[in-house]
Design a protein around this ligand. Structure first.
Ligand SMILES: NC(=O)c1ccc[n+]([C@@H]2O[C@H](COP(=O)([O-])OP(=O)(O)OC[C@H]3O[C@@H](n4cnc5c(N)ncnc54)[C@H](O)[C@@H]3O)[C@@H](O)[C@H]2O)c1
Length: 281
């Protein structure tokens, strides 16, 4: 199918990054958020990312301006019309299904829908939406403009045409598409859960400090230590993903959410985005 335009719903950490990726790849891109302040913040994040890329000589200034010019902010879901819509809102099933229902009402029946969910069932998100065969998972990694991998997820109803179109779109974005089936946490988040959970357990048992655990794991070859990474992801988002996997795997002890992270979430210390998490920013 022909894809000329993209809309991204949710202008937070991931949505802003995905909109930047789509616009940089040449697509006119709508960026929608329910909160006007979040939309402004998302646009600012994109400007900052692109300025940094210009300063580092990765892109030309004209390229930055052209990318920004392709992004149109919208604050009404009824204006969110495109050939492909990528959802990156809060990790809550009811919010995602309500959004896709609203999007289906204003878009063509063959508009493709993709969810960036980290841990919810793509099949359950698609159920109840008209033409569920046009919805699949497109799971980007953080920060989306830099991370190459995207898991392209086939839900129960996702048609092969949709799945193929999403793979091709990921490639047009300059990313690497990896096929995943609709299992809790797909591949990467399921395996990575233990990086976070075991690190928190280690600190909880007094085996290492947060800083020492991060430094050791970075020295062992990981790009980021688990605590610095949880702060980058957002402790609320990372915690929600763990809870979701814990429930999906019938409360298997290996997925039990970490006490340290639960406390930070309760205090609103969500990581970089709030200036405080495991570390202060
Ligand atoms: N943070 C990560 O590292 C990461 C990585 C991969 C996937 N994800 C997934 O991406 C999604 C978004 O995560 P995030 O970290 O960007 O979250 P975030 O909290 O940074 O941003 C979410 C944005 O969605 C907006 N929003 C919430 N409900 C909305 C609605 N009904 N309509 C429109 N906008 C709405 C909020 O105002 C906010 O700006 C989640 O599903 C998450 O699991 C996150």
């Amino acid at each position: 199918m022909d894809i000329y335009s993209i809309a991204v719903c949710g202008a937070g950490t991931m949505g802003a990054g995905i909109a930047q990726v789509a616009a940089a790849a040449g697509f006119p891109t709508l960026l929608f958020d329910a909160q006007p302040a979040a939309l402004e913040k998302g646009l600012e994040l994109i400007r900052q990312n692109l300025s940094t890329a210009v300063e580092r000589g990765k892109i030309a200034p004209a390229n930055m301006e052209a990318t920004l010019a392709r992004i149109t902010p919208v604050n009404d879901v009824a204006l969110c019309m495109a050939d492909v819509i990528i959802e990156a809102i809060v990790e809550k099933m009811e919010a995602k299904t309500a959004l896709f229902t609203a999007l289906a009402a204003v878009n063509k029946p063959d508009t493709l829908f993709a969810t960036n969910t980290s841990s919810l069932s793509v099949s359950a998100i698609a159920a109840g939406i008209p033409h569920p065969e046009r919805l699949g998972g497109m799971h980007f990694f953080n920060p989306a403009p830099l991370m190459k991998l995207v898991e392209v997820v086939k839900g129960k109803q996702t048609s092969s045409e949709t799945w193929l179109a999403l793979h091709k779109l990921v490639e047009r974005f300059g990313k690497t598409a990896v096929s995943a089936m609709d299992a809790p946490g797909f591949i990467v988040n399921r395996v990575a859960r233990h990086y976070y959970l075991e690190a928190m357990q280690t600190v909880d048992e007094g085996v290492a400090s947060i800083k020492a655990a991060d430094r050791l794991l970075e020295a062992a070859g990981f790009r980021m230590g688990p605590f610095a990474l949880m702060d980058l992801i957002g402790n609320d988002v990372n915690y929600a993903v763990t809870v979701s996997l814990y429930e999906a795997f019938e409360r298997a002890p290996r997925f039990r959410p970490g006490r340290l992270q639960a406390e930070l979430v309760a205090k609103g210390q969500l990581g970089r985005k709030t200036g405080q998490g495991f570390y202060k920013y």
